[in-house]
Design a protein around this ligand. Sequence first.
Ligand code: UDX
Length: 437
Amino acid sequence: MKVVIAGSGYVGLVTGACLADIGVEVCCVDIDQQKIDNLQQGILPIFEPGLEDIIHRNVKSKRLHFSTALQDNIKGAGAIFIAVGTPPGEDGSADMQYVLAVASSIGQYLEDYTVVVTKSTVPVGSSEKVRAALKQSLDQRGIDIPFDVVSNPEFLKEGAAIKDFMSPDRIVVGIDSDRAKETMDTLYKPFLLNGYRILYMDIPSAEMTKYAANAMLATRISFMNDIANLCEKVGANVSHVRAGIGADPRIGKKFLYPGVGYGGSCFPKDVKALLRTGKDYDYPLRLLEAVEAVNNAQKQILFDKIQRHYDQNLKGRTIAVWGLAFKPNTDDIREAPALVLIESLLQAGAKVQVYDPEAMKESQKLLQDKVIWAEDVYDCVKAADAIALVTEWNAFRLPNWQLIKSLMNNPVVFDGRNIYDDVQLTKAGFTYYGIGQ
Ligand code: UDX
């Protein structure tokens, strides 16, 4: 089968590369000429473990191509995936202009039946808009070519995207045609190892599933952050509480880690978009409003602790920030808690030294000379008055604390992810602050 993927961002590239790897002929299309030129030379726009290998392998075996010309590649495509961005508009709603532009273009060039699969995260009702935009283009050409629209939201996590795509927990497909179901069965059956399932449902339910999943995960995180902050006040330790509640299979162990708030390209955007949908339908989602508010406050938690430690006076203090990416194994700094912390530290007159194993280049575009760019973990702490651990990269997990102590002005650690043992660090001569303990 031949498949076209419109949009060579995170989701588009991972989808294209993984489908090519099981034998599908894939063309990844993007309007960004530079991006496509780079991809043709094997240069990826993102860092994602394993992706480069899969792309190189499939480009070499000629199953994976890159192009800026949708029109040249539509012919013979059994499915066209739309995987372009849906950034939040000013009112928080997902901006559909790129998705609908692709739908219109497909209508301009379609010659035969195809299945148009929406992979971008789009609000409920969007697949109908995709259908209408495509139909309008066909009408303008004065022809009637059959096509189906499918909603197939993506649940992959950055940093684990290949694994998530190759062995998914579930594949959600919103569908209203048997013909389209055959196509989706053909494409996805090879990924259904170990009894994982394709969950077929109606289109609005599939669209809603994606938002509900991300909103639920965001809710768990904000709930735990709230509990962690209360633990500090009552003298409890949230790590014990987390283990205690996670042992109940009804609750489960995952996504119960308190920290510095969730970031990234999905949770903040999708929570906003679902809140917007609630308002549009005159059903404000009060719980989710609180989830968002708790998260915004949590992004300030390390700053508040550092301020308190230094009696609200950070002028002339040097703070080492470990980690910029919103989570480990990615260079993505979208909505990253580290950026909020750095901004507050700078405003309070502190000097900020930063290090991240992968996200330095991305961050430099934004922070430029506002901070000092360290070479590594140790360079970052030189003459520092505190370390703020923001992203739990492996590189930060077991450093040489004695060396670090000798390099710092004041041995103080603010552990935004609870990855260190407070007893061990205290023994090593550090003042230690965690989250909720
Ligand atoms: C998320 C969803 O997990 C994925 O299914 C969806 O397709 C896209 O959004 P992603 O944003 O890549 O994926 O990262 P994820 O690993 O889910 O982490 C999101 C944020 O939550 C990170 O900032 C992370 O640090 C934070 N987090 C996660 C916590 O603070 N505590 C936890 O227990 C888990």
